[in-house]
Design a protein around this ligand. Structure first.
Ligand code: ADP
Ligand code: MG
Length: 410
């Protein structure tokens, strides 16, 4: 299988551009959780440090662009990037400037005052309606502020916005280190993986993962289906799933997916056993039952130990694993058990160098953190929606813009 061209980034990263003395517009994702003006989780900021530090150390004038929250084209004071710029400065260990607008005289003056190595954050790009509309005029105004565009925000690359796509039409454009790492990990997992490659797809609903399932059955050798979405597949095969979460309207779709998989030579692993309870709350009495024996008054809230063991036994033959979706209702104990067991087995195999493991998705990242293995996976994507769209086989405009810019602007 040939890799998608947009992931061929080997020649256009920070290795391929001299940035000293240049004004570098860096699209970052500063959209971190904030409460009462305080950053609650700085993971996203920490992941940006390699790019910012490298640019600054090399003498670039670093101008950071980002959206924050959803101000919908209006100035919303509570959605200012100012407190986040301050937080970034603390983490970076050097002063970070702030301009109260991302275009116009305020931004221009702040940029003009920069010295080599300085870092400046511009105000929320989404305070302007032109951002989400990808207005060419707004993109041109942003581009005017810099000599080079570096995109380090894979997590917003699925949106064709002015600061992710439009701007790349104006400036020589490069992938930042985080973007580079993300694309390389994704390429290794699904673009051009070592085979056999297995995907684990779970979570709550088939309906939110339809495109993903349809794409994966054509690309992977083994597809493990877990979580509540497995209930829909079980029901489609004529099994009774009791009070379990399922989507009766999607049983036909589920059967179609199984048919495509069979035609493409993709082996599907559905649960053999499940953990059931009569009510859904923490530490209720549970039972492990075979999927044929789900009681009418019970719901399947996790896949069972035999299911996990069956997959773990296959691990030695698998070279690449891609994971989206917790196997059970992991937020509520003990329905995190199978996710934890599988996560630990995959982490172990990864540490031993036996498998490449890539995970992503909002809840998946939380679940793998709770399992304590988030540092032991080959790569854990912090990009929720962009990761899913990439797994669906979609072209991400922000990534495509970089590769187009490669050919247009040399
Ligand atoms: P991600 O955010 O990683 O893409 P999803 O949002 O698709 O993952 O799925 C995660 C959700 O699925 C979690 O809230 C989890 O509780 C739920 N879930 C998984 N298995 C079950 C189940 N058997 N019954 C009910 N909910 C489940
Ligand atoms: Mg989710």
């Amino acid at each position: 299988m040939s890799p998608a061209p947009e992931f061929n980034l080997a020649s256009r990263t920070l290795d391929d551009v001299a940035v000293a003395g240049k004004r570098v517009l860096l699209r970052a994702d500063l959209n971190v959780p904030v409460r009462d003006g305080k950053v609650m989780d700085a993971t996203r900021l920490e992941r940006l440090l390699p790019t910012i530090q490298e640019l600054s150390d090399k003498g670039a004038r670093v101008i950071v662009l980002s959206h924050f929250d959803r101000p919908k084209g209006q100035v919303v004071p509570g959605m200012s990037l100012k407190p986040i710029a301050e937080s970034l400065g603390r983490i970076l260990g050097k002063p970070v400037g702030f301009a109260a607008n991302c275009i116009g005289p305020e931004a221009e003056n702040a940029v003009a005052a920069l010295n080599d190595g300085d870092v400046l954050v511009l105000e929320n790009t989404r305070f302007h309606a032109g951002e989400e509309k990808n207005d060419p005029e707004f993109a041109a105004q942003l581009a005017k502020l810099g000599d080079i565009f570096v995109n380090d925000a894979f997590s917003t690359a699925h949106r064709a916005h002015a600061s992710t796509e439009g701007i790349a039409r104006h400036l020589p454009s490069f992938a930042g280190r985080l973007m580079q790492a993300e694309l390389h990990a994704l390429e290794a997992a699904l673009g051009n993986p070592q085979r056999p490659v297995a995907a684990i797809v779970a979570g709550s609903k088939v309906s939110t993962k339809l495109d993903l399932l349809n794409n994966l059955v054509t690309k992977v050798d083994i597809l493990v289906i877990g979580g509540a979405m497995a209930n829909t597949f079980l029901a489609a095969q004529g099994l009774s799933v009791g009070k379990s979460l399922q989507e009766p309207g999607l049983q036909g779709t589920a059967l179609e997916i199984l048919k495509t998989a069979a035609a493409k030579g993709c082996e599907i692993l559905l649960p053999q056993d499940v953990v059931v309870a009569e009510t859904f709350s923490a530490n209720v009495p549970t039972k492990v039952v075979n999927v044929e024996d789900i009681p009418d008054d019970a719901m399947a809230l996790d896949v069972g130990p035999a299911t996990v063991e069956a997959f773990v036994k296959r691990l030695p033959e698998i070279k690449t694993i891609i994971w989206n979706g917790p196997l059970g209702a992991f937020e509520t104990k003990p329905f995190d058990a199978s996710t934890n067991t599988l996560a630990k087995a995959i982490a172990e195999a990864t540490k031993e160098g036996k498998v490449i493991s890539v995970g992503g998705g909002g809840d998946t990242v939380s679940a793998l953190k709770l399992a304590g293995v988030h540092h032991d996976m080959t790569y854990l994507s912090s990009a929720g929606g962009a990761f899913l769209e990439w797994m669906e086989g979609k072209v991400l405009p922000g990534v495509e813009a970089l590769s187009k810019a490669f050919s247009n602007l040399g």
